[in-house]
Design a protein around this ligand. Sequence first.
Ligand code: NDP
Length: 240
Amino acid sequence: MSKPLVAITGASSGIGAETARAFASAGHPVLMMAQRLERMKAMRLPDSMCRKVDVRDRNQIRGAVDDAERKYGPVDMMFANAGIARLADLGRQPPEEWDEMIDINTKGVMNTVHAVLHGMMERQCGTLVMMSSIAGRKVYPDHAVYCGTKFFVHAVSESIREFLSDYNVRVLVVSPGVIETEVLSGVLDQKTLEAYKKNKAAMGGGIGADIVGKLILDAYQLPQKALVQEICLTPTRQRY
Ligand code: NDP
C-alpha cells in the first residue's frame, strides 16, 4: 500500500532537505517547498513535487498543498521548518532584520500550519512538526528576536498540541542545538557571527542535519496514538 504524502518547508537545504531525503527513503511522496527551486529539483527525490514557495505568502503554500494533494492524497505530515537566523544583539540590529525574522519564523509557521490544519482535523489524523530551536527554550543575549520567534513556536505548538489532542492530531516540536547547515549564511552581524563560530569550534562543531531528519522520521513512524512531544537534540559537547 502506498505511503501518505508529507510536506516540508525549507526543503532546499539543511534540516529540511535531509528530512525530505529520510521520508523519501522510507517510501513517502514528498512536497518540497522553498524559494530555491533548482536546489530542490537537483536532489531528484522519487515521488517528489518541488514548489517555489515563500512561506510569507499563505496563498503560495495553500496552492502547493492543493496541487500535491490532488496528485498524492492528503498531507499526513507537515514540517514547518523554513526559518532564518539573523542573529545580533539589539544594540546593533537594524529593525529590518526583526521584520524579516518575525515574518518568516512566526507568521510563516502559522501560514504553513493553516494550510493543512482543517484537513487533519476533519480526518482525525496527521502530524505537525514545528521547527523551534534550543533558542526556543533558553535565551542568548545576542539572539533576542530570534529567541522571540522560537519561543513563539514553542508556545503555539504547546497550545495547538492541547487543542488538537481531541482531533487525534500530533504536534511535535523540534529544538536543535548546533546543526551543520547553511543557517549561518543568514547571520549578517560579523561580531555575532564570530562569537557563534568560536563557541561552535569549542564544542567540536555541530552535528549532521541527517540525524535530525532520521529522528523526525522515527517519531513519525510511531503509532498515531503515540506522540513524541519534543525532540531536543544538541551536540554532546554543547554546554549552552
Ligand atoms: P538552512 O539555511 O540550511 O535552511 C533554511 C531553509 O529555510 C532553506 O531551505 C530556505 O530555503 C528556507 N527558507 C528561508 N526563508 C524562506 C522563506 N521565506 N520561504 C520559504 N523557505 C524559506 O538552515 P537550517 O536547515 O539550519 O534551518 C532550518 C530551520 O532549523 C530553521 O527554522 C532554523 O531556525 C532551525 N534551526 C537550525 C539550527 C541549526 O543549528 N542549524 C538550530 C536550531 C534551529 P530558500 O532559501 O530556498 O527559500
